[in-house]
Design a protein around this ligand. Structure first.
Ligand code: PLP
Length: 352
């Protein structure tokens, strides 16, 4: 028997997700989940679901959810595509908007899934190196088939000047996906470019600000022809009945989401101040996480020492990232515990 594996797939390294511990007791500040529960409307919607209905396929067009998202952004539902997490939508974009032999552009550093999506298809990667303080400047003459612009960026948490984003989108000969996974935590978004520009899609997720990482729902907003193209290639039933129903309830309760965002932004400000006080370099975050260059130990050593004390943070190997940590903003209690443990470890406290 000869098993054939596509060469690009045989050669590639898969995406490495952040650790999801199987035992409880950890303070999880490593995968940018929301520390607060989703809207109570989600629990109420769950109670309306009848398990008997699960014998039926879900609505392939996600009509009700798309209408709720379209109402939120004041656009036609034909400009909205819902997906099984934003990750699925990114994968669809790489499948649809990059020809064989084409290339995928993204910032470096940025979300480490993008190069993996290029590798699956054996496409070339065109990373754009960010500056010393992770600022963004497009090199002259830059080209790629598709560009994924992360706003705010991950893992750095930085937003960019909107005029520069628009200028880039207008000058780029290809589709630009603006990945706004964290934008609800920021003070500027680019959604209007998805409604005004013929080549711009804005991508959002319910995993972060809506506290629904476990549900797997994301969406794109953009020009109808691009949305229709992606709609052709998605799995027919990419969002199950439970996800469609609960996501609709969450989107319709903006007040709950915004209140949690406010709490997280307040805690973020406090955590930033406290880290700076301890001599850590902190980049100005517009996200629900903080990108910081620690003092006193290497980032790697801090990660391991914190894990020994049941606190998970995210460490990325690599030339642009290995001297920093990404710390998700948790509750105030989790933040207090983190700061206490940092002080204990800094003063030579035992780690085991
Ligand atoms: C920048 C960025 N885009 C997309 C995603 C994926 O979102 P989802 O959970 O909706 O697949 C993440 C998740 O961490 C992310 O950091």
């Amino acid at each position: 028997m000869t098993i054939s594996i596509r060469e690009s797939v045989a050669r590639m390294q898969g995406y490495v997700p952040g650790e999801q511990p199987r035992t409880g007791g950890f303070i999880k500040l490593n995968t940018n989940e929301n520390p607060y529960p989703p809207s109570p409307a989600v629990a109420r919607a769950l109670q309306t679901l009848d398990p008997a209905d699960l014998r039926l396929y879900p609505d392939p067009a996600c009509t009700v959810l798309r209408r709720a998202i379209a109402d939120l952004h004041r656009c036609d539902p034909a400009r909205v595509l819902a997906g099984n997490g934003l990750d699925e939508l990114l994968s669809l974009c790489v499948r649809a908007f990059v020809p064989d032999g084409g290339s995928v552009g993204f910032m470096d550093p940025s979300y480490s899934l993008y190069p993996v999506l290029a590798d699956i298809r054996g496409l070339s990667k065109r990373p754009v190196a960010l500056g010393a303080r992770y600022e963004w400047n497009m090199p002259a003459g830059y080209t790629a088939s598709l560009f994924i612009l992360t706003h705010p960026n991950a893992p750095t948490g930085l937003c960019y000047d909107r005029a520069s984003v628009l200028g880039f989108c207008r000058s780029f000969a290809g589709v630009v996906v603006i990945d706004e996974a964290y934008v609800d935590f920021s003070d500027r978004d680019c959604l209007e470019f998805a409604l005004s520009e013929p080549n711009v899609l804005v991508a959002r997720t319910l995993s972060k600000s809506y506290s629904l990482a476990g549900l797997r729902v994301g969406y794109l907003v953009g020009p109808e022809p691009l949305i229709a193209t992606l709609d052709k290639i998605k799995d027919s039933y990419n969002l199950d009945r439970v996800a469609q129903c609960l996501a609709t309830a969450a989107v319709n309760d903006q007040a709950w989401m915004l209140a949690n965002v406010r709490r997280i932004r307040d805690t973020r400000a406090r955590l930033q101040q406290q880290l700076v006080k301890r001599g850590w370099e902190v980049f100005p975050s517009q996200s629900n996480f903080i990108w910081t260059r620690p003092a006193g130990k290497t980032a790697d050593a801090w990660t391991m020492a914190l894990k020994d004390r049941q606190i998970l943070v995210r460490y990325f190997r690599g030339p642009r990232t290995s001297d920093c940590l990404r710390i998700t903003v948790g509750t105030d209690e989790e933040t207090d515990r983190l700061l206490t443990v940092l002080d204990e470890l800094a003063s030579g406290g035992t780690t085991r």
